[in-house]
Design a protein around this ligand. Structure first.
Ligand code: SF4
Length: 457
């Protein structure tokens, strides 16, 4: 749950601004820390805890150079503190390597132990530093192409990265393609970002997805696409479509908005119930609710209004903070609720904490509250970078739909089927592990379907 950016721009005055605005558009992917690394006679990094505007606004106008990478962070491996903020810098015989990472390595501890036994010292507890250390090792013996291939053979898990090796910009998406990455061409260079919404905000028209297993190398203004590895099946995170990505982004040719709208339509086809109004749990349930209302022909109305200046509850790292922020961020439009039978639509239920509080708020005035969820129950943890790391925290991991209904105190509860979800997204190469318990990468103690990929040495 992070956002990454990489920029090459001939106009040295523009690079940092392009990076800054791209990061600003990706703020929904992480709100704990922000940072930029820029090459100008050596790599200079500015990073800190906080939002893009808080950390970077004052320094960006002073940063000059042709090439930069940037990051917004939500921590999954490694604590939420400044030393783990990115970009992370590693110095070696090949020069300086700065790296930004979106994803999570499953074999982090094994890799770290091997490197520590070789005498490597780590400045952070983040898995991102492992990638940088390994890359710097390989670059001492091999060229960048071989180094990326050997690196891919070592890493298990999800990793979309942007890297500066001195003044060379590299962006790479892991072979299973868990996290999104796209590139856009500008007059004087290239902008690479986790989501297309970042490139749209810069009015970049020619935008392409970076394919799973593909690296983009920008050196002295020349761009090269290099297929590092090819998987027989990919594992694009379905949660990007359900919840995480912005609805105005397109990922691997699929509009996130369209996918969410279809989730709502399929949900209504599967479990629509007679009601007075359909209403979303904002913001992430909104598009799904519109699809649901259209399909069920039940009037759409807002019953919850969000305070837009409070961060997303789901991505507040501490449970206590999450609970407080629900109350801060939502309020009920009483006149739309009183005496009505309401179907509330949400995109997903993770812990159930937010849903329970919201249902309680609406239920105080409504005649009936029915809850419809635009994804199947989340039954297993995510090891690939979405913050659902233990079974215990997932309400559906050991409870039936009826048990959850009772805990949430709703008149009825229904989830979208797995089939309905896959149809809504419209592509098959998806990671569904948190919904099925079958993982595309070997995870100790879990059932694995081990999606293979060829690394071309
Ligand atoms: S386990 Fe779930 S959240 Fe994690 S990558 Fe797979 S689909 Fe996404």
């Amino acid at each position: 749950m992070c956002g990454v950016v990489g920029v090459y721009c001939e106009n040295e005055d523009l690079t940092s601004t392009l990076t800054y605005y791209s990061l600003y558009s990706l703020q929904h992917r992480g709100q704990e820390s922000s940072g930029i690394a820029m090459y100008s006679d050596g790599i200079k990094i500015h990073k800190g805890m906080g939002l893009v505007t808080e950390v970077l606004r004052d320094v960006v106008p002073k940063m000059k150079g042709k090439v930069a990478i940037g990051h917004v962070r939500y921590s999954t491996t490694g604590e939420s503190k400044l030393e783990n903020a990115q970009p992370i810098l590693v110095r070696s015989k090949v020069g300086e390597i700065a790296i930004c990472h979106n994803g999570n390595l499953v074999n982090y501890y094994q890799l770290r132990e091997v490197l520590e036994n070789e005498g490597r010292v780590f400045a952070t507890t983040s898995d991102t530093e492992i990638i940088a250390q390994l890359l710097s090792n390989f670059l001492m013996k091999y060229d960048i192409y071989e180094s990326l291939q050997i690196l891919t053979g070592k890493l298990l898990g999800s990793y979309t990265i942007t890297v500066l090796i001195n003044d060379t910009l590299i962006a790479y998406r892991d072979p299973l393609g868990f996290r999104p990455l796209c590139i856009g061409e500008i007059d004087s260079g290239y902008v690479i970002a986790s989501e297309s919404c970042a490139l749209d905000s810069l009015e970049i028209e020619r935008v392409f997805d970076v394919k799973p297993g593909e690296a983009v190398i920008v050196e002295d203004g020349d761009v090269e696409f290099f297929r590092v590895a090819k998987a027989k099946r990919c594992a694009r995170c379905v949660f990007e479509y359900i919840y995480f990505a912005r609805p105005d982004s397109t990922i691997d040719g699929v509009s996130v908005y369209r996918a969410r709208f279809n989730m709502g339509k399929n949900l209504a086809r599967e479990s629509s119930i007679n009601c007075d109004i359909v209403s979303p749990i904002p913001d992430s349930g909104t598009t799904c609710a519109i699809g649901y209302a259209m399909e069920s022909k039940i009037p759409y109305s807002e019953v919850l209004i969000k305070n837009r200046y409070v961060g997303r509850t789901f991505i507040m790292p501490e449970q206590k903070l999450r609970e407080i922020s629900v109350r801060l961020k939502m309020n009920v439009v009483r006149e739309n609720v009183e005496g009505k039978r309401i179907t509330l639509v949400d995109d997903s239920i993770v812990r159930g904490t937010t849903s329970r509080k919201i249902v309680e708020m609406v239920g105080r005035f409504a005649k009936e509250v029915h809850l419809r969820v635009g994804s199947p129950p989340i039954v297993s943890p995510c090891y690939f970078g979405i913050d659902m790391s233990t079974r215990e925290e997932l309400i559906a991991s050991d409870k039936s739909v009826e048990e959850i209904r009772r805990i949430l105190s709703v008149n009825s509860l229904a989830y979208l089927s797995l089939k309905g979800l896959i149809k809504a997204v419209g592509i098959k190469d998806l990671c569904l592990a948190c919904l099925t318990g079958i993982y595309p990468v070997c995870v100790p103690g879990e059932i694995c379907d081990n999606y293979k990929y060829d690394v071309r040495y």
